[in-house]
Design a protein around this ligand. Structure first.
Ligand SMILES: C[S@@+](CC[C@H](N)C(=O)[O-])C[C@H]1O[C@@H](n2cnc3c(N)ncnc32)[C@H](O)[C@@H]1O
Length: 321
């Protein structure tokens, strides 16, 4: 029996798009129709929290796709594919070199496989070790119908936030004035500006991320306007007031910037806040947010971080009082 996501037929197309963007669909099996629902086969290594699903996972024996029988089986071990680059997580049970060879054998578009030795420093760049392949860190990545130039060695990028970016872009209203406080190569800003005619001020202190963000704004046909600003977000944000939304994706240290985000918002304005927390830490944060003058609209786990820690997405709004 294997995991399938049960989704109402009319929502299946849009859900499939999100799942495919996250490499979550098990393409060796067919999608099954059952009454008003479809059952989408899901890859074993995908967790519910990664998918951010509002739908039920059900067990089903599965309907193998005959055209794929005989091909090499999927293997265990977590890795991300970003364009023509695969990044293996440190700490997988299998030997990274064995995983890397299997990836090169099975994923024809992958040209380089790196080992991820952690994200470091103010710029949150990945410490990468080339295991096999060409070793180019720059590539083109497709997500939510958009193209992004990324440089996995010189500016932060994670494909695991694809669904989150889609959710935030969907929830933004036409005409919003937004600050993307830690914008990196611009995936939140570009995804929102693609869907909504917003004005977005995108900050980052990493010059390499800023250059890539400018390329990404230029290479996608977007409706909204993005203004890239290089520098320290905690200083730049002081010039803004009455903003509709602030996006705070710096999960290790977001909290130290929260009061400045509060000051930049209009009453009723939103914060999309990300932080790595355990459940006790989450309770504590909620209390602190209330003291500052925020109320919580929503929270969800974006993905697991370690045994007890998760990356949380918390939607706050500035109290109307
Ligand atoms: C976790 S990454 C998020 C990037 C982007 N939002 C995304 O989803 O890919 C955080 C980014 O914040 C930037 N950063 C860290 N401290 C900063 C600061 N004080 N001011 C501006 N940017 C900062 C880093 O350079 C990095 O690109």
């Amino acid at each position: 029996m294997m995991d399938h996501l049960s989704v109402p037929k009319k929502e299946a197309e849009s859900v499939l798009k999100i799942l495919r963007n996250s490499n979550a669909v098990n393409s060796r099996f067919r999608i099954i129709t059952e009454g008003d629902n479809v059952l989408i086969p899901i890859n074993e290594e995908v967790s519910l929290s990664d998918l951010n699903v509002e739908y039920r996972i059900v067990k089903h024996e599965g309907n193998p796709d005959a055209s794929k029988i005989g091909r090499p089986l999927k293997f265990k071990g977590s890795y991300d594919v970003i364009g023509d680059i695969a990044i293996i997580k440190k700490g997988d049970q299998e030997d990274p070199e064995v995983i890397a060879r299997k990836i090169l054998e099975t994923k024809k578009n992958v040209k380089s496989v790196f080992l991820d030795k952690g994200v470091r420093g103010e710029f949150r760049t990945r410490d990468l070790e080339l295991i096999c392949g060409q070793g180019n860190t720059r590539t083109i990545y497709r997500e939510n119908g958009l193209r992004f130039v990324v440089d996995v060695g010189n500016a932060y990028f994670s494909p695991r936030l694809a669904t989150e970016r889609y959710i935030v872009a969907k929830s933004a209203l036409e005409g919003e004035r937004i600050i993307d406080m830690f914008a990196g190569v611009g995936p939140f800003s570009v995804t929102i500006a693609n869907m909504k005619r917003c004005e977005i001020h995108a900050f980052d202190s990493n010059p390499a991320a800023m250059d890539l963000m400018k390329e990404n704004i230029g290479m996608n046909k977007i409706k909204g306007k993005i203004f890239p600003h290089l520098g320290d977000a905690s200083e730049m944000i002081l010039k803004y007031s009455e903003m509709d939304r602030v996006i705070m994706n710096l999960p290790h240290t977001s909290f130290s910037f929260i009061e400045k985000a509060y000051a930049a918002l209009r009453k009723g304005g939103f914060v999309n806040y990300y932080e790595i927390l355990d459940s006790a830490g989450l309770e504590d944060r909620m209390e602190k947010f209330r003291e500052i003058g925020f109320e919580m609209r929503n929270k969800r786990i974006v993905h697991g971080y370690s045994k007890f820690l998760n990356v949380y997405s918390i939607e706050l709004f500035k109290n109307l009082k």
